[in-house]
Design a protein around this ligand. Structure first.
Ligand SMILES: CCCCCCCCCCCCC/C=C/[C@@H](O)[C@H](CO)NC(=O)CCCCCCCCCCCCCCC
Ligand SMILES: Nc1ncnc2c1ncn2[C@@H]1O[C@H](COP(=O)(O)OP(=O)(O)OP(=O)(O)O)[C@@H](O)[C@H]1O
Ligand SMILES: [Ca+2]
Length: 522
């Protein structure tokens, strides 16, 4: 902590309270030319002449200030003193401390990808106006790529990007853009280490580069659930101070072929149907999800199949806990494990799939099958699909919503918008698992599956053409972090802490938020 025992003038007046700033939350320090009447930003300083005469030497410290609802802002305080040597000592000392932080965790050079078409198509503008000036202030240099097509960022990371040059990768966009970055980085890391992604049993190698998300999408679920707010300035500040948040990643396979990774939601039934419908309405922007959500709710389709899963035993925590995964989460610090005799490296890998002992099976008709590897909190649902899920415990919460009336399903959905327990309903069950499989009914073998994948499309088309038809199609689609998967039969495994974000998890709110904005001291 850096406390300032010299005279301090902030915003044109002297305050009598004390103020301290953690060095780890200082962004930059710079000299201020008091005599000239301006600082080096060219902004005028409103300062009484008497004070500038008495304390002509000044410097400005930019630091993180906490605002409401997990927002961070960059604030400046200016310190004045009568002695030029003293000022230099302060500036030098703070700079030395910042350099030490840069050597440890702070990024110096970043690779930035901007999706100009995500969310409300504001990505470039958000980056230029809100983020780039902060990176410049913190002396972070960047290489910026504005993507030209879908998968541009993924493929660039996978094959071309000179990753050694960078301390992290930043994406400006939504969950889809983040997913591209994850696929690029994870695939590159596996290829560089000779790991075959197609084998569901393979232990994946964690990525070394951290990922920053500047939210500019429609849902921004990953950002919201790791920071507490989808706010570009807050996220940029978390990048600058060099935060690090490990995250679980699910691998999804079909018949020993790798399909995709999932970080937030794998949803079959309701969320798959919402996504499939909403993709045809991208022109509507973020509102497409509400439109398609309403439509899908009215169609009320259910799907038959079997879900088999490997429950996570010997773990701290359950999906029905009242406690939440927050910054410095005890459970995530222990990889979610109560006790493990394994070495730390072994305990972070996917469990042995050949051991079928302990697997459970649930068969039936489902409105929704959801796997949430994290809470999936987002502005639509501030507590998320699974409020007690953990970011980095090596498990996913498998939520099974059986066929029920529209009224009951609406009650279940509505509970996502309040603090009421959405799992406390007879037709809902939730399991914390390390692996699971889904097999749609009638799915006997691969050749049949292909037939049925085609049949599904045909059936959906018939139902679309005949809206009065009230029957449920045999298959839904999997929504994998906002992408539709090409197969209904999948096998999923959780890889504990495979990636790291420039985030720290949601901070606990100060008890008296209104008072958490101290002024500066003499
Ligand atoms: C009555 C209101 C109930 C509201 C219930 C809201 C629950 C919302 C839970 C959202 C969970 C999002 C999980 C994140 C998934 C992301 O990886 C993915 C990519 O960005 N986003 C979506 O798939 C986008 C998925 C967006 C889903 C939106 C669902 C909206 C449902 C609206 C139902 C209306 C029924 C009204 C009946 C009168
Ligand atoms: N230049 C581009 N042109 C077209 N599509 C792109 C481009 N760059 C990226 N994409 C794709 O756009 C898709 C959506 O992007 P993004 O996730 O940023 O926004 P969103 O879908 O509005 O938000 P969310 O994923 O939070 O719902 C991503 O799947 C990404 O692959
Ligand atoms: Ca998890």
């Amino acid at each position: 902590v850096c406390a300032f025992p010299i005279h301090l003038i902030s915003k044109g007046y002297i305050s009598g309270t004390s103020h301290s700033v953690s060095v780890s939350e200082i962004l930059a320090v710079r000299e201020l030319d008091v005599g000239g009447g301006t600082n080096d930003d060219g902004r005028w300083q409103k300062m009484p002449q008497k004070l500038t005469e008495a304390y002509p030497y000044a410097f400005t410290v930019s630091y993180v200030e906490r605002a409401r609802q997990h927002r961070w802002r960059c604030s400046d305080v200016t310190f004045h003193c009568s002695d030029g040597v003293l000022r230099q000592q302060w500036i030098q000392t703070i700079r030395e401390q910042l350099t030490a932080l840069s050597m440890a965790d702070r990024p110096k050079h970043l690779l930035v990808y901007i999706n100009p078409y995500g969310g409300k198509q504001q990505g470039e503008c958000i980056y230029e106006q809100k983020v780039a000036p902060l990176f410049a202030c913190a002396s972070i240099s960047t290489d910026v790529i504005v993507t030209e097509h879908a998968n541009h960022a993924r493929d660039h990371l996978k094959t071309e990007a000179e990753l050694k040059k960078y301390d992290g990768v930043v994406c400006v966009g939504g969950d889809g853009m983040f997913s591209e970055i994850v696929h690029g980085l994870v695939s590159r890391t596996q290829r560089d280490n000779g790991v075959d992604q197609n084998s569901p049993e393979e232990k994946l190698v964690p990525c070394s580069l951290r990922i920053g998300i500047i939210p500019a999408g429609s849902t921004d679920c990953i950002c919201y659930a790791t920071v507490g707010i989808n706010d570009p300035v807050t996220s940029a500040l978390h990048v600058i101070v060099g935060d690090s948040q490990p995250m679980d990643v699910c691998s999804v396979h079909h018949n020993n072929t790798f399909l995709r990774y999932s970080i937030s939601l794998l949803g079959y039934g309701f969320y798959g149907d919402v996504l499939a419908d909403s993709e045809r309405k991208r022109w509507m922007g973020p509102a497409r999800y509400d439109f398609s959500g309403f439509k899908t709710f009215l169609t009320h389709h259910h799907y038959e199949g079997a879900v088999s899963f490997l429950p996570a035993t010997d773990i701290l925590g359950t999906p029905r806990d009242k406690t939440r995964c927050r910054a410095g989460c005890f459970i995530c610090q222990h990889d979610g494990q109560l006790y493990s005799g394994d070495s730390p490296e072994e305990s972070k890998t996917a469990p042995d799939v050949s051991d079928r002992v302990g697997w459970g099976v649930v068969r039936g008709k489902f409105l929704a099958i959801n796997a949430a590897s994290m809470s999936c909190a987002c502005p639509r649902s501030p507590m998320g699909l699974s409020p007690a899920a953990h970011l980095a415990d090596g498990t996913t919460d498998l939520i099974l919503v059986r066929k029920c009336s529209r009224f009951n399903f609406l009650r279940h959905l509505l509970r996502h918008t309040s603090k009421d327990d959405q799992f406390d309903m007879t037709f809902v069950e939730v399991h914390r698992v390390r692996r699971f499989r889904f097999t749609p009914r009638h799915c006997q073998n691969d050749s049949e599956l292909d037939l049925r994948e085609n049949g599904k499309q045909l059936f959906s088309q018939i139902c679309r053409d005949h809206p009065a038809c009230s029957c449920s199609p045999a298959y839904s689609s999997w929504n994998c972090d906002g992408e539709i998967l090409p197969h209904a039969a999948i096998e999923v495994g959780v890889h504990c802490q495979l990636i790291k974000l420039f985030a720290r998890g949601i901070e606990e709110q100060p008890l008296f938020e209104d008072l958490a904005n101290p002024q500066c001291a003499l």
